[in-house]
Ligand binder design. Structure first.
Ligand code: ZN
Length: 288
């Protein structure tokens, strides 16, 4: 009897916390968040240029980017709930349809697209041959972001293609009781990178994930130093304030995060670090 108890304790002790359920290839990996399947869909990986950082001193760059560069990635995410297939952003539209196909999904099977913001590396997959690439999807974005988008004539082909399937909503704060989207999803204010930049809190069966869009572009530098902005920010001070607020919240609440410019698997946990915050990717090991 004693032997059985000891065996049980050892098994529990060595088993890592692991939500990984499948890795199709180096572009697609799927984790379980409660009853939802969340897949990272990689669009591109390349070497990034740290000159996009504003306010970084040389010593910090040398400390956090030891070879003078960083791995730059563009991702979209797919959340499969029991009744909906939901894309969060569409990347550049390079590998998106192929990545969905590798999960057994066609463009017609996407029911909802949630946009964090309307930069080209997030909305690039919305059109195909000038038409809506996702003919059955309802497109959601925050009211402020919609206003910012429609100021720019380049948005017209996309707006015409999706027309009455575009829904605007009012982004809220974390602690708001308002359900501004639909069950399990909340659009939260993270303004600054663009005027209406929105992050999405996904909740199922007591587990959560925050899909945080472009809250960071150079994560190894901007977590220890959230006060460092990037040249792409519409309003750097507002973007810094949003980053500080959200990092504090997810670290305190132990909510895992996913990022459009975080390196594969692009999902992990934020903890308080010696300087600012640290990032630990979720385990990508199968068969433990
Ligand atoms: Zn981006």
């Amino acid at each position: 009897m004693k032997k059985h108890v000891l065996f049980f304790i050892v098994i529990v002790f060595v088993m890592p916390v692991n939500n990984l359920i499948a890795q199709v290839n180096n572009n697609v990996i799927t984790f379980m968040i409660g009853g939802f399947q969340v897949s990272t869909l990689v669009e591109t990986q390349s070497a990034g240029n740290p000159s996009i950082l504003i306010g970084a001193n040389q010593a910090d760059l040398q400390k956090y980017l030891t070879d003078g560069t960083f791995q730059s990635e563009i991702n979209a995410f797919l959340v499969r709930t029991p009744d909906k297939n939901i894309l969060i952003d569409t990347g550049l539209g390079l590998n998106l349809l192929q990545n969905l196909q590798s999960l057994g999904l066609t463009a017609e099977q996407i029911d909802v697209i949630l946009l964090t913001h309307v930069h080209g590396d997030h909305i690039g997959g919305l059109l195909r041959d000038g038409k809506a690439a996702f003919p059955n999807a309802v497109l959601y974005l925050s009211q402020l972001e919609y206003g910012f988008w429609t100021n720019n004539k380049q948005s017209l082909p996309i707006i015409n293609a999706y027309k009455d399937r575009i829904k605007q909503f009012e982004a809220v704060e974390f602690d708001s009781k308002d359900n501004n989207l639909f069950a399990g999803f909340k659009g939260i204010k993270a303004y600054g990178h663009t005027p209406g930049h929105t992050v999405y809190l996904v909740e199922s069966n007591g587990e959560s994930l925050l899909i945080w869009g472009d809250l960071t572009h150079v994560t190894p530098v901007q977590l220890p130093h959230p006060e460092i902005a990037v040249t792409y920010d519409s309003n750097a001070q507002e973007a810094i304030a949003s980053r500080l607020k959200i990092l504090k919240y997810v670290a305190a609440q132990k909510i895992p995060i996913a990022g459009m410019h975080i390196v594969f698997p692009a999902i992990g946990n934020v903890t308080v670090g010696k300087e600012g915050y640290d990032f630990e990717p979720l385990c990508t090991c199968l068969g433990y």
